[in-house]
Design a protein around this ligand. Structure first.
Ligand code: SAH
Length: 218
């Protein structure tokens, strides 16, 4: 299998962890093929950057596993030009994938040094079209609301109904984890008027969303 062994680690990740597990959308696969994940993990773990697992990015936070990033991105129903609020910038890997899809990303992070590092990282990679904000994302970003899409990369105890009804456009889509800290569910939420239609995407484990209407920082 010469062909297989000469595949890059990134191509192998796309094939084994994404396509083999049902990620079908070509634009999502292409976006993930274009982002160098090794640049988003800690220096000492670069050789494992394409394994399908979450990894530490310092400050008690993690970069999500590639399959979950792909699933969330696909279920967000991405399209160029759409405005997306991302809560939980972390390493900026998901941010970069959304930007690669031509989306206008508004990303919020509550850990200042992480946000600063990520800002620099994405600038070095030449990724533009991203607006960054330091602060508690559970309140959203009212100045730029409503958004076409909302993606939350940290787990809240419950669905953030108020945020979604106030800052997601009618017909818009959100993807987020919610539930008990050790048993969260990933949801796709579609807003229809004052209703939120939810689809269960399966069990997940994210770091906690810390802030108003979410978990305490302890
Ligand atoms: N998608 C990111 C995953 C980040 S982990 C990646 O690929 O790297 C989740 C992030 O959410 C953490 O960095 C954490 O600090 C942040 N976070 C938690 N609660 C938050 C809040 N209320 N507002 C903004 N960011 C928050």
């Amino acid at each position: 299998m010469k062909l297989f062994s000469s595949m890059s680690a990134r191509d192998r990740m796309i094939q084994q962890h994404l396509i083999a597990r049902g990620i079908m959308e070509p634009r999502v696969l292409e976006a993930m093929r274009s982002v160098p994940r090794e640049r988003f993990v800690l220096e000492e773990s670069r050789t494992q950057a394409y394994e399908d697992c979450a990894m530490s990015i310092g400050f008690g936070q993690t970069i999500s596993q590639p399959y979950i990033v792909a699933l969330m991105t696909e279920k967000l129903e991405p399209a160029p030009g759409l405005r997306v609020l991302e809560i939980g910038t972390g390493s900026g890997y998901q941010t970069a994938v959304l930007a690669a899809l031509g989306m206008q990303v508004y990303t919020m992070e509550r850990v200042k040094p992480l946000l600063d590092e990520t800002f620099e990282r994405l600038a070095l990679l030449g990724i533009r079209g991203v607006k960054y904000r330091f602060g508690d994302g559970t309140r959203g970003w009212p100045e730029y609301a409503p958004f076409d899409r909302i993606l939350i990369a940290a787990g809240a105890p419950e669905l953030p109904r108020e945020l979604l009804l106030q800052q997601l456009v009618d017909g818009g889509v959100a993807v987020l984890p919610a539930g008990a800290m050790d048993a969260q569910t990933l949801f796709q939420v579609r807003r229809q008027g004052q209703e939120l239609l939810t689809t269960n995407l399966g069990g997940v484990r994210f770091v906690k969303l810390v802030g108003e209407g979410a978990w305490d920082d302890e």
